[in-house]
Ligand binder design. Sequence first.
Ligand code: SF4
Length: 689
Amino acid sequence: SHLRRADIRVTKTVCTYCGVGCSFDIWTKGRQILKVQPTVEAPTNGISTCVKGKFGWDFVNHPDRLTTPLIREGDHFRPASWDEALSVVAERLFDVKSRYGPDAVMFIASSKASNEEAYLTQKLARTVIGTNNVDNDSTYCQDPATYGLRQTVGYGADSGTIQDVAAAALVLIIGSNTAESHPVFATRVKRSHKLGHQKLVVVDIRRHEMAERADLFISPRPGTDPVWLLGLSKYLADQKWLAYDFLASRVEGLEEYLESLAPYSLDYTETVTGVPRDLTMKVAQMIHDAPSLAILWAMGITQQRDGSEASLAIANLLLLTGNFGRPGTGAYPLRGHNNVQGASDFGAKPLFFPGYQDVRDPAIRRRLEALWQVPLPSEPGLNNQEIAGAIHQGRLKALYIVGEDTAVVDADARDARDAFSRLDFLVVQDIFLTKTAQYADVVLPASPSLEKEGTFTNTERRIQHFYPAMEPLGDSWPDWKILQAVAHRMGANWPEYIHPREIMAEAAQAAPLFAGVNYDRLDGYHTLVWPVKADGQDEPLLYRERFHTPSGKARLVPVHLQGPNHEAPSFDLHVNNGQLLEHFHEGNLTYRVPGIQTLVPQVFLEVSPELARERDLTDGTWVRLTSPTGWVEVPVLVTDRVRGTTVYLPMNAVGTGAINDLTGTGIDTHTKTPAYKDTVAYLEVIRRA
Ligand code: SF4
């Protein structure tokens, strides 16, 4: 950051909201935010931002900000000094560890905090407590995509950059409300499409903005997308429209995969998905004609029981048609939070040390034990989805949550809240007293990105540096300082990190994936896209010569489906959910930005014109939706964005409209990601407009 006029500070920062990772200059005067100014230097967004990046910062000065540690006393909190709060945290964590063992403690890293802070969260879990019980939000979102890509091509991340997607001849978006969830990413697709050098196919159960713009809009029945993908793949194979040279030289498992597609005839596919066969054939023709194809997907695919399998089907389709390793090609699972990619990359996962190094591998453990100077646990830990169950079973006694509102975002959130009330000890480190924090024994006040320094990794695997624009508010501290203080208070032999650059230097030693990452190479708007070799060479476009597998070849992996939820027929509606442009996730930040709050003060339940006629609903009718796990009350909005008996509830609701009071217990086969998008309910009118 540098000074323009005596009292005006211009600081490079990276957006705190979505995984697109827009960067820009922010102008401040003391704590006052004057403006956000994008610049052509920004590698992802250039001069674009969306409403959240441009106007979404006032939460940093909201009166609700936590400015001092809090300690529970009966049913209220009292302010405490850092010294007292840290002592209580250290003593109680030690106590649980010594009574029940290290695996009775779990950590959740924040997918909004920095890479350095994710690294320290996992280091605290592993080296001080001695458990691999550490996770982040990715279990709730893109782990199924990570699984599908690791099985097939090797790296669980986007295979190219936003420029590759902009350059693709054909873009297929499936299960992603890109215009609202990843606005600036969508802008790139819209521009290429408008200029005429890109075709767009959108597959979704909801007719959102990208669907309106698409050359072809395909709308399968809820939860049947993987069947459609397999039907499409089989038709491509039957037409002999596969990339045979590419398959012969770079891919294993073709024959077995083609055999596994046998059941997915056009007939069967049409019957299951409801997509007319001529539409599927048209998409196949477009893929065959296109010199390059990029596929974008998000929670509409991954938050299903078959999320991992559907992600496999996507990766397989790209392999069959030779769409990896060239500009304009590849797989793009779009990351939600600004640093959910980085939180996993830097080791806040129960199965992986930093850089996706398997905790079960003895050679890897030995190397990290030498670096960290402690014995390391070898058993994979619990993930987020398993927390409530493990508490109910009495296996998990203490939880340390950094910047996540688990009591709101976990599926079947009422059950999660019930579980939290049974914990021996809960520490929450956050910037607001969230619903989760209200269950805490100790609350530690943290600082948001504008008040600290660090790096975030966006959906492109791009590591970007952000700088402090102002001092921490009150007695709040950056998360890395808090984590370090807790570790030291517990007697850990950690170095005394003075600056986040030292934490990154250590992470680069720990993980070969980041070997050449350091702050000198990340100065200002300079970025690195992992993997980064020791000499600083990064790799924006993966798989140009080899896949990240032992043989260097990709693998086609047969897909096995469970099919969607079949609850009792009385739950006659399918509840879809997703983002609103103006708000973000559970709304803890955006509902505290007055400008945004005035624009969209309340969420609506979208219902189709057919359903509205049948149930006599009009705009503003209040309804109660009841699912097998809970209920919500919301006003109705009649719109043809949704069809038939599918309704849509934005996830950005507080209070009585909170989606996770409805979501259930279905989980993805491989990753246990909750099937948030696979929810059923029935509807009752409670008040007419
Ligand atoms: Fe921020 Fe995402 Fe909007 Fe960019 S697109 S400004 S990263 S919320």
